[in-house]
Design a binder for this molecule. Structure first.
Ligand SMILES: CC(C)(COP(=O)(O)OP(=O)(O)OC[C@H]1O[C@@H](n2cnc3c(N)ncnc32)[C@H](O)[C@@H]1OP(=O)(O)O)[C@@H](O)C(=O)NCCC(=O)NCCS
Length: 173
């Protein structure tokens, strides 16, 4: 078993010099730079790639079309390492969404987090308008743990900010 792959995907290390364009959502430069910094210091920061017919273990391809997204499990500040709790972030290229890749990536990442990095808890925040993400997170085992009601104003209405988490003892592939 190769620990850097799942059924349809493989995962390689983030490389700031060539992967900046993998941050797909249109963002101002001010918003992208902090994300890049987080990637550079992340516990796990990977580029999600589609497997091709090549033997990826021997010959990792780097073409644009094979990169479909990014995933990060953020660094834990030194004063909090005893909590073994980290934040997760994921983004897929728009044309790669809706095909089950998000579920596949998150299952791989949670397996890494709990069975290899021995984290105790993985958590994230998601906004109420993001129904696809909410459904995906629930599907892989995240539970809703808190809700900041009407915390964000967008497109002429208020939306909740939802906190979700999954614990090591709840996780099984
Ligand atoms: C949120 C996100 C990661 C979810 O990933 P995704 O691949 O779109 O979502 P899923 O894995 O749940 O798959 C979605 C659909 O693909 C379908 N699908 C199609 N082919 C499939 C296959 N071969 N295997 C499994 N599912 C498949 C699933 O049935 C599912 O549909 P359903 O929810 O109606 O049942 C992704 O949409 C994304 O990057 N969004 C933009 C960034 C973002 O919002 N990030 C999260 C911020 S908190």
């Amino acid at each position: 078993m190769n620990f850097l792959e799942s059924d349809r995907l493989y995962f390689r290390a983030w490389d700031s010099s060539r992967d900046k364009e993998c941050i797909f959502q249109p963002m101002k430069k001010d918003s992208v730079e902090p994300i890049i910094k987080e990637f550079e210091t992340a516990l796990l920061g990977v580029v999600i790639c589609k497997k091709s017919s090549l033997n990826v273990a021997e010959n990792p391809p780097a073409s644009e079309s094979e990169r479909i997204g990014i995933l990060m499990i953020k660094n834990i500040p030194p004063s909090q390492v005893q909590n073994r709790c980290a934040d997760l972030g994921i983004e897929l290229r728009p044309d790669a969404q809706g095909q089950g890749y998000g579920t596949e990536v998150l299952r791989w990442a949670l397996n890494w987090a709990f069975n290899m990095a021995n984290l105790h808890r993985v958590q994230l925040e998601v906004y109420g308008w993001n129904e696809v993400a909410l459904k995906t997170y629930h599907r892989v085992g995240f539970q809703e743990e808190g809700r900041l009601r009407k915390a964000v104003w967008r497109d002429g209405q208020w939306w909740d900010e939802i906190w979700m988490g999954v614990l090591q003892e709840e996780w099984s592939l």
